[in-house]
Design a binder for this molecule. Structure first.
Ligand code: XMP
Length: 611
């Protein structure tokens, strides 16, 4: 991938380059293309396209900018000089038109939502499509004049230039989004484009595995590989893969218990690996070291940095203890494709969160070529498929993702006696809620979010469902989205499921210590068992349980964050059966919890984890 800072293991297979203009659906486009059977790779507008190998077509993504704005990403001119088909979607469509001599203008009004498309039936991009078909629009600007050589190939009532083509140059543009499910025949259009690119539809995880094995052997040669096995899906699959390809005598796994694991988080995986005969796996308890290093730290990024660097220190100490020469060993990591993007690892994206496998110490090793990341080009569901191919049991493969820094980023800490909340924000939010018949308040804690592709660190707003009103997730969805759009000082909304007493939420000094970790582990276990018992485990992508530095009376306040997602770059809050959530609250109250809050924020604007 262009801009990647380490040696990438690439398969010599046909690929589609997805040029990322910062749109929220970029990963979705890349996933769709792979699901259709062609390998896809995300690259950046400013990168030199001649560096691309084996690309048979290019797709320009959507993006938040206006094509003439100073903030718009700089596009390398070479993208228009490749002799392969180019398809622009939404902003991508506008940039093609603007750059090649057409004109883009702010439309009379923004268009969001479904529209009925009338496509030119004989155009190969629309082969097999209905005469009239619903497409999803989401744009403010639109193309008003075509570049020379282009013609209109589809219209909607409000958008006369909904799709364009220059068949001789093989340039195409769609104002709508074929990649979203709200465009029911979108996959047909994307498949047609792939056919126009001459795709062989050869991408499969099993084929990739085959190529990957050859390349891993080539890359490692005589060197041995050392892998930190957290017990999560990615590192387990990576460990099994390395063992299969290189042989156990060339691989050493180390599971570091950092004291931040969930109850039984890694036991099952370690038991499985042992049972499978992987005797090259060491386990070290380094809980004390991690907790001492975290001590009074409260800033989320600082916690992430400390946890990531401590992993490296413990690893180095272990290599030394085992008298292994670090020069003979490569470090392997189970990093997957989306991981590098949000850590700002591509050089363009803003840092939302530094993942534990992207801290400075790891970056240095990457620069020296001492790190291999066999899964770095795969999405989570592809990693799972690979895991099944490698014989890892379904139950382990389908476990929810668990972040490397573990409970360390689910245990919010605080050093301050009080924290002032902007009075204007408090008042405006109170008025806003009252106007909609809700009660609520801004909480004194803060959490990480992502808005307009940038990191935010702001307050959650707590809302209470009005007594006597019939419960509705739709109303809460609208309330949450409107509130976070309107008030920049609030990046999350939480619904109060229940509270144990009528008293205010009070900020308390709280750190990453054993006592709080034990409490979070217990609460988390209750919540996870609830998901299994209610048969809801597989209907959510993940459900972080977060302990806040807030008390109600003298009791702790807990948040659940169930989300549905396909690759965690975007997510929607999950709507669990609310009567069952109330039953969960009863259980938590019995366990000594003061209040249960339910996070009703999508991503964006709230990230999945709170830190
Ligand atoms: P966010 O919180 O950024 O999380 O919306 C997206 C997904 O990534 C997981 N996550 C991590 N995974 N190391 C990891 O391996 C990390 O440092 C890390 N931080 C977040 C998170 O659980 C979610 O699935």
């Amino acid at each position: 991938m262009a801009g990647r800072e380490h040696d990438v293991i690439l398969c010599p297979m046909q690929k589609i380059a997805i040029v990322d203009f910062g749109g929220q659906y970029t990963h979705l486009i890349a996933r769709r293309i792979r699901q259709l059977g062609v390998y896809s790779e995300i690259v950046f507008p400013g990168s030199d396209p001649t560096a691309l190998q084996d690309a048979i077509g290019v797709i320009f993504s959507g993006g938040p900018f206006s094509v003439y704005s100073d903030e718009a990403p700089k596009t390398h001119p070479g993208w228009f000089e490749l002799d392969i088909p180019l398809l622009g979607l939404c902003y991508g469509h506008q940039i093609i038109n603007a750059r090649l001599g057409g004109e883009v203008k702010r439309g009379d009004q923004s268009e969001f939502g479904p529209a009925e498309l009338s496509p030119e039936a004989t155009h190969p991009l629309f082969a097999g499509l209905s005469k009239r078909t619903v497409v999803w629009m989401s744009h403010g600007d639109e193309v008003v004049r075509l570049p020379p050589g282009f013609r209109v190939i589809a219209t909607t009532r409000d958008c006369p230039i909904a799709a364009v083509a220059s068949d001789t140059q093989r340039f195409y543009g769609l104002q709508f989004h074929p990649e979203v499910t709200h465009t029911p025949e979108g996959n047909r259009i994307l498949r047609n484009f792939l056919e126009m690119c001459g795709a062989r539809f050869e991408w499969q995880v099993s084929r990739y595995l085959h190529d990957l094995e050859a390349q891993l052997r080539e890359k490692c040669r005589d060197r041995k590989v050392f892998l930190l096995v957290s017990g999560g899906v990615d590192s387990t699959v990576c460990f099994a893969l390395l063992n299969r390809v290189l042989g156990p005598e060339h691989v050493l796994g180390l599971h570091i218990d950092n004291g931040l694991m969930r109850h039984r988080e890694s036991e099952e995986v370690l038991a499985f690996l042992r049972k499978e005969g992987f005797n090259n796996l060491l386990v070290r308890d380094a809980g004390e070291t991690f907790l001492a290093a975290l001590a009074l730290t409260c800033s989320p990024e600082e916690k992430r940095r400390i946890i990531g660097e401590t992993f490296l220190q413990v690893k180095d100490a272990e290599l030394k203890r085992l008298e292994l020469n670090p020069d003979d060993w490569l470090l392997a990591q189970g990093t997957i494709y989306p991981d590098t993007i949000e850590s700002g690892g591509d050089g363009n994206a803003a840092v939302i969160k530094t993942h534990h496998n992207r801290v400075a110490g790891v970056r240095e090793l990457l620069e020296k070529g001492l790190v291999i990341e066999p899964l770095a080009d795969l999405y989570k569901d592809e990693v799972r498929e690979l895991g099944l191919l490698l014989g890892i049991p379904e139950k382990l493969v389908w476990r929810h993702p668990f972040p490397g820094p573990g409970l360390g980023v689910r245990l919010l800490c605080n050093n301050e006696a009080t924290r002032e909340i902007d009075a204007e924000l408090k008042e405006q939010v109170a008025d806003f809620l009252e106007g909609r018949g809700f009660a609520g308040e801004i909480l004194a804690v803060e959490s990480v979010g992502v808005q307009g592709d940038y990191r935010t660190y702001a307050h959650p707003c707590l809302v209470r469902w009005p007594a006597g009103k019939e419960f509705s997730w739709e109303d809460l969805d609208t309330l949450s989205t409107t509130l976070t759009n309107r008030f920049r000082g609030a990046n999350r909304v939480v619904l109060e499921v229940g509270h144990s007493q009528e008293s205010p939420y009070v900020l308390v000094r709280a750190h990453c210590d054993r006592e709080r970790l034990e409490l979070l582990r217990r609460v988390d276990e209750i919540c996870t068992s609830f998901l299994y018992a209610e048969k809801l485990y597989s209907s959510v992508w993940q459900m972080p349980v977060v302990l806040l530095p807030l008390n109600l009376g003298d009791k702790p306040v807990v948040v659940i964050r169930p989300v549905v997602s396909s690759e965690a770059m975007t997510a929607r809050f999950a709507t669990l059966p609310f009567s069952r959530v109330r039953a969960l609250w009863d259980e938590l109250r019995m366990a000594g919890v003061g209040a249960l809050l339910y996070d009703i924020t999508h991503k964006p604007p709230g990230t999945i984890e709170w830190e």
